[in-house]
Design a protein around this ligand. Structure first.
Ligand code: COA
Ligand code: AMP
Length: 273
């Protein structure tokens, strides 16, 4: 295995103190310069003109970078957001999230999970049995960071997503985040949809079921959204969970399998019991 030095590069930008864009990569030294250029150009590509940008570069110990396989990918063919959320809840329940915890999290993402219905800066941590919120700070939540596709993983996932006509960087990055989260100690499942009013797609991610994408998990124009990390009720160690998500570097070496666009009933019936 290569012991080449790797760097974590993270960019975030804001306008009037409001976060508008964030992205990160893990690359070897010869990719530092082009990757920094790519990340610096990101806000403009998304139509933003930030008045503040922060760029952080940290050297990583290559021996401590964990290598994983990406989640399998499946797309469910449902047009209606309410029906999509009901099916998202069924996938969550199949993974071990109680109906009550799934309902609580979905209602929170619809209402805005931060204080007074605001959008959070990270994800909620939700007890998969009771639905109780476990994050220390309800405005911040917890943010997964220090993850990326390796060079071979990136080539593989680009080709795979192109074959599914999903060429936007957002899908590749959400899939990388979800793949890291799915390997967290104590995780049961993740639910996500964006707070971007123009982006209605969302997903449920579970290590055994894959990244299950819904094209319309929320109504077009809705400015609420976020992420819920559902965790085991018994023996959950929040410190170990947070340390893994925020500090442990993860590279995804190969994509999972692409299962295509499926009818939700067929997909649910195909899940391992
Ligand atoms: N929303 C709002 N504010 C954010 C933010 C977000 N998503 N991400 C960062 N910030 C702001 C906050 O004020 C934060 O302070 P806080 O810790 O009190 O919340 C501050 O920036 C510093 O954040 P930090 O995470 O320490 O910065 P960083 O430079 O190390 O990393 C990101 C920034 C955005 C790259 C990283 O947090 C992240 O989210 N990485 C994943 C990106 C990704 O691929 N997402 C997939 C999207 S589909
Ligand atoms: P996005 O996918 O960037 O539209 O983000 C959707 C929501 O996920 C945000 O509103 C945050 O609540 C949350 N979020 C953003 N970045 C992270 C992260 N790195 N880890 C966990 N949650 C995040």
């Amino acid at each position: 295995m290569s012991r080449e030095t790797l760097y974590s590069i993270r960019m975030r930008s804001s306008i009037d103190g409001k976060h508008v864009s964030g992205a990160e990569r893990i690359v070897p030294v010869d990719r530092l310069r082009p990757t920094i250029d790519e990340l610096v150009a990101r806000p403009a590509e998304s139509g933003h003109r930030p008045d503040h940008m922060s760029l952080t570069v940290d050297e990583l110990d290559p021996a401590r970078v964990r290598r994983i396989r990406g989640l399998d990918i499946v797309m469910l063919d449902i047009a209606d957001p309410q029906a999509s959320r009901a099916d998202a809840a069924r996938v969550l329940e199949h993974a071990g999230v109680s109906p009550r915890a799934a309902r609580i999290a979905i209602d929170l993402l619809l209402a805005g999970p931060g204080p007074s219905g605001t959008v959070m800066r990270g994800a909620m941590i939700v007890d998969a049995e009771t639905g109780a919120r476990l994050e220390q700070d309800r405005a911040r939540g917890v943010r997964a960071t220090r993850f990326d596709w390796s060079e071979s993983g990136e080539n593989g996932i680009r080709a795979l997503l192109a074959s599914a006509s999903l060429t936007h960087f957002r899908v590749r990055e959400a899939l990388a985040l979800a793949s890291k989260v799915a390997h967290a100690p104590g995780i049961v499942a993740e639910l996500c949809w964006s707070d971007d009013p123009g982006y209605t797609a969302g997903y449920v991610a579970v290590r055994a079921c894959g990244y299950v994408r819904f094209p319309r998990l929320k109504e077009l124009g809705s400015a609420t959204g976020g992420r819920a990390f559902f965790v085991r009720h018994e023996g959950f160690d929040r410190e170990a969970f947070t340390r893994y998500l925020c500090e442990e570097a993860v590279l995804i070496d190969e994509p999972g399998a692409y299962r295509g666009v499926l009818d939700p009933e067929l997909f649910l019936a195909s899940l391992p019991k």
